[in-house]
Design a protein around this ligand. Structure first.
Ligand SMILES: [Zn+2]
Length: 268
């Protein structure tokens, strides 16, 4: 049975494969609503227990991705389940997943705000906002401005990404990587906030003052990443259901319960 057939009757997702497909579809719609995706860009997530990941059909509108639009693809790029073709920039996902076993989910976006930082002489995108401590190790820029359609381009991009959590792509876009698709969505929200903050400083004609190492260390001491992800995911999913961006039937499998939203400790 295809993933689509498995998923269609099971609106309240139950298996890990169903859950990641639903969360990846929801994340795509949420990112589109936040102006981080538009007519292109895509999200992929590894399927637990399988040598495969899920990604949308390339031609499906990012505002309308549903379970029926989610494919199961292996790490050679072969579509195992689903009825459609993956995005043409699939090598981005294949090569980052190959290079980074720690990464569970990958976003490729053409966010204009971030692209601007690849086109300004002497300007580098830096961790400015507190939540941008996530990118303390750096945000490298890949020099290839073309669409990533060949395995060697994907490998070069993955090499530029290295051990970091974000990579900009000159005059083209960016990739973010995270430990889950929910975390990836929250990171994307904060990545945009941080780029906007630095752009405002530059537009004011001022010199950006990024977070210092000491400030980052203090921020991280107070960080409750897992809870923060749950809190923001709850906010964005509920809002999107109210606004008709996500179907009401997705509420049960996506919205955290009150129990799940309890903080069990104030600090790690
Ligand atoms: Zn692209």
């Amino acid at each position: 049975m295809s993933l689509t057939e498995q998923l269609r009757p099971a609106r309240s997702a139950t298996s890990p494969a169903e859950q990641v497909a639903l969360e990846t579809a929801a994340t795509t719609r949420l990112l589109e609503a936040e102006g981080i995706l538009d007519y292109s860009g895509h999200v992929s997530t590894r399927i637990p227990g399988r040598d495969a990941f899920t990604i949308q059909i390339g031609s499906t509108s990012r505002a309308e991705v549903s379970l029926e639009a989610m494919l199961v693809v292996d790490y050679d790029g072969k579509v195992l389940e689903g009825d459609g073709q993956p995005p043409s920039e699939l090598p981005i996902h294949l090569e980052i997943f190959r290079a980074r076993p720690d990464v569970q989910s990958v976003l490729h976006s053409h966010m204009e705000l971030a692209i601007a930082f690849t086109m300004m002489e002497g300007v580098t995108l830096l961790p400015m906002r507190a939540r941008a401590s996530r990118w303390k190790s750096g945000i490298p820029v890949d020099p290839d401005p073309s669409h990533i359609k060949l395995p060697e381009q994907g490998r070069a991009l993955a090499k530029t990404l290295g051990p970091h959590h974000a990579v900009l792509m000159r005059a083209h876009g960016l990739c973010l990587v995270a430990e889950s698709v929910r975390a990836l969505f929250i990171d994307a929200v904060h990545f945009k906030e941080n780029a906007a903050a630095q752009m405002r400083v530059l537009q004011a004609g001022a010199r950006p003052i990024p977070l210092t190492d000491a400030e980052i260390e203090k921020i991280e001491r107070m960080e409750m990443r897992d809870w923060h992800i749950k809190k923001l995911w709850n906010y964005y999913v509920r809002k999107a259901i109210d606004e008709g961006i996500l179907p009401p039937a997705w509420k049960d499998p996506l919205v955290p319960t009150k129990e799940m939203l309890k903080r069990d400790k104030m600090m790690k």
